[in-house]
Write a protein that binds this ligand. Structure first.
Ligand code: A3P
Length: 350
C-alpha cells in the first residue's frame, strides 16, 4: 500500500523513540513567541542521527514528573508517529474533495469510513489506515496520486488549512465530541503507545490536556477557531457532526450527511451502514488494519478503537476535577455555539 512504502523508505530500521528516551541530556527548550507555549516548561532532548530535521523531540512533564515524548515544530506539539508535518500550503484541492476536520479522538476514523462508504456507494469498510488520507501526515504529493473523489482527513487547526480548500469551495465535515470523553480517550491512546513513553495517572494527564500540552495542542483553541468560522459564516461549506448524536441517531445523522453531500441513499443502505460500522464490527476492522501495518509502532493498538461509549469520563473524573474542568470550559468557551452534553441522553447542540 502506498503509505507503507512511502513511510518505510524514509524509516529503515528506525528506533529513534527508544534512543531518545534513553538520552539523559535534558535542556530547556525555547518555543516561538506568540505560540501560547512560551511559559510551558518543555524539556527538549537532543536527537541524534535524525532524518527529521524540522522536528524537535521534546518531553512534556506532568505534575508528578511523568513525561510524554512529543514532536515540536513551529511552537506546536505533534504526535510521535509523524515523520514530519507536511507543508500543505501549496496543496491543490479538487472541487469534489471532502475534508473531514476534527480534533483527535473525536470519532475521525469512524466518520472517515462512513464518508467513504456513502460516497463510493459500496457497503465495505476501509482496508487502508486513516493516516493514508491524512493531509498533514502524508502530504501533497501522496494525496495528488489519489483518485477523485477524495475524502481527506486532518486534525490541523482551521488557520493551518490550505487556502485552496476554500478557494475550490470544498465540502468540509467538522466532527466534534464532548471534551471530557476526548481527554479520557486521548489519555488511553497516549498511554498505550510506547513511543509516547507515558506512564502517568489520568488526573495529571487531564491537567496537561487542559493546558494544551498534548499532540495537536489546545482543544479549546481548536474549537474556538471553528466556532468563529461557524458563527461568522466564512465562505466555506461546513457540515457539523456531533459524535454523541451520531451514536444516538445514526440514521438521522446519515440522512443529514447525505443531504450535505448531495447524495441519495436508501434507508436500507443506511441501515446496512449502521450494522457495518457498529462499534464491534468497526473495531475488528481497524484492529486488523493496524495489525497488518508495516510499522511496528502502529501494531497491536488495543486502545485505538477503545470503548466507543459516551460518558466514560464519569468513571475517571473526581468531583474536584470535574469542577475544575467545567470552570475552565466556562472561561475558554464562553459564548461559543457549541452546546455539549456529557451523557448519552443529551439535548440538541448546534
Ligand atoms: P474511545 O477511546 O472513547 O473509545 P479518532 O478516530 O478521532 O481517534 O476517535 C477515536 C474514538 O472514536 C475512540 O473513542 C473510538 O472508540 C471511537 N469510535 C471509533 N469508532 C467508533 C464506532 N464505530 N462507534 C463508536 N465509537 C467509535
Amino acid at each position: 500500500m502506498a503509505l507503507y512504502s512511502w513511510y518505510k523508505s524514509k524509516r529503515p530500521g528506525d528506533n529513534r523513540t527508544e534512543r531518545c528516551l534513553a538520552e539523559d541530556k535534558a535542556v530547556v527548550y525555547s518555543v516561538e513567541e506568540g505560540s501560547g507555549l512560551e511559559n510551558v516548561p518543555l524539556i527538549a532532548q537532543p536527537v541524534r542521527n535524525t532524518s527529521r530535521p524540522d522536528m524537535e523531540k521534546v518531553t512534556v512533564p506532568d505534575r508528578n514528573g511523568d513525561q510524554i515524548t512529543l514532536n515540536l515544530k513551529a511552537g506546536r506539539l505533534w504526535p510521535m508517529t509523524m515523520e514530519h508535518v507536511a507543508d500543505v500550503c501549496g496543496f491543490t484541492a479538487r472541487p469534489d474533495d471532502v475534508f473531514l476536520c476534527s480534533y483527535p479522538r473525536s470519532g475521525t476514523h469512524w466518520v472517515s469510513d462512513l464518508l467513504v462508504v456513502l460516497i463510493s456507494n459500496r457497503l465495505q469498510l476501509q482496508t487502508a489506515l486513516k493516516a493514508d488520507a491524512m493531509l498533514e501526515y502524508v502530504g501533497c504529493d501522496h494525496l495528488d496520486t489519489k483518485p477523485s473523489p477524495r475524502v481527506i482527513n486532518t486534525h490541523l487547526n482551521y488557520h493551518l488549512l490550505p487556502k485552496d480548500v476554500f478557494q475550490k469551495q470544498c465540502k468540509i465535515v467538522f466532527v466534534y465530541r464532548n471534551p471530557k470523553d476526548v481527554a479520557l480517550s486521548y489519555y488511553h491512546f497516549i498511554k498505550e503507545r510506547k513511543h509516547y513513553g507515558y506512564n502517568g495517572k489520568f488526573p495529571a494527564f487531564l491537567e496537561l490536556f487542559m493546558e494544551g500540552k498534548v499532540p495537536y495542542g489546545d482543544w479549546f483553541e481548536y474549537m474556538q477557531e471553528w466556532n468563529s468560522v461557524i458563527e461568522e459564516g466564512r465562505p466555506c461549506q461546513i457540515h457539523i457532526m456531533y459524535y454523541e448524536q451520531l451514536k444516538q441517531h445514526f440514521l438521522r445523522e446519515m440522512s443529514r450527511l447525505c443531504s450535505f453531500l448531495d447524495l441519495t441513499r436508501s434507508t436500507e443502505f443506511l441501515e446496512e451502514m449502521e450494522k457495518l460500522s457498529s462499534f464491534d464490527s468497526f473495531k475488528r476492522s481497524v484492529d486488523a488494519q493496524f495489525d497488518n501495518s508495516a510499522l511496528d509502532e502502529w501494531k497491536g493498538a488495543p486502545q485505538f478503537i477503545r470503548t466507543g461509549v459516551v460518558g466514560d469520563w464519569k468513571n475517571w473524573f473526581t468531583v474536584a476535577l470535574n469542577e475544575e474542568f467545567d470552570e475552565l470550559y466556562q472561561r475558554r468557551m464562553k459564548g461559543s455555539c457549541f452546546n455539549f452534553s456529557y451523557e448519552t441522553d443529551f439535548t440538541e447542540s448546534v
